[in-house]
Ligand binder design. Sequence first.
Ligand SMILES: Cc1ncc(C[n+]2csc(CCOP(=O)(O)OP(=O)(O)O)c2C)c(N)n1
Ligand code: SF4
Length: 285
Amino acid sequence: MTPKDFDITTSVPDWCPGCGDFGIWNAMKMAFAEMELKPENIVLIAGIGCSGKLPHWMNTYGFHGVHGRALPVALGAKVANHKLNVVINGGDGDGYGIGMGHFIHAMRANIDVTYIVHNNQIYGLTKGQASPTSSFGDKTVSTPFGVIDTPINPMTIALASGCTFVSRSMAGDLVHLKEILMEAIKHRGFSLVDVLQPCVTYNKVNTYAWGKEVTYKLNSKNHDPSNLDKAWQKAHEWGEKVPIGILYQEKRSTYEDNLPQLAEKPLVEHEIRNIDITKLIERLK
Ligand SMILES: Cc1ncc(C[n+]2csc(CCOP(=O)(O)OP(=O)(O)O)c2C)c(N)n1
Ligand code: SF4
């Protein structure tokens, strides 16, 4: 497999030139190719946003859903056939705002999907309103005098919600992002990849240069991802020093393991029996 095997031939992405979504798109194709995943075994589910368009340009199965509702659709796909690789793309507005409830419950269920959040700290598609991860004081079209809310910290929320793979990368470092995506897809359980993704049109603060300046890489010498206390400390680092890499990883039984009907075999492989529901209909009349 090569990354090109995951390209479609009918159209090309219409993101703004230089958008960090291109980096995520390319790193995903590189990861899929290196893992030798077959396009027919991948389902990409997306929310609404610039980020949500990603499945349009991938030669895999895909579903472009409703704003904030990518996770329920993805969980449905995974429960129907857990042999598939289910990967979700969405923005910080989509996942950490309107979709926050789904985010927390999917993590505690530990269903085996990979969630990639294109965290550009702004609403891109709707032209630059503040998002849940916009920094305090950020001036945007919806906050002309500056954001007055404290930003969401997706890393601490993930840790507190029982997420078994908590990671961060950045769209400007394709090799790092590809490596993290591969680890996230290999992980059995819910994996979160929060990606610092420059929106070159509406966010002039969190740029590629900013990401390069503030981030440092976690490795076996400076971090132990099996240590929850250490992960908690790393998760709080934001501002002048932002860690990228795997903050936390834990082995825990998945939703699919814990549901006997799924542990036996995928739902789609179960026999469909004819069940007589006439008595039930009579009762409801
Ligand atoms: C239920 C609902 N509410 C609001 C919208 C309008 N809307 C579309 S995308 C979006 C936010 C986009 O920001 P984000 O999720 O961060 O993604 P990005 O475009 O930055 O990738 C909003 C508010 C919508 N489509 N549906
Ligand atoms: S508006 Fe921002 S996030 Fe959307 S395509 Fe343009 S640069 Fe990318």
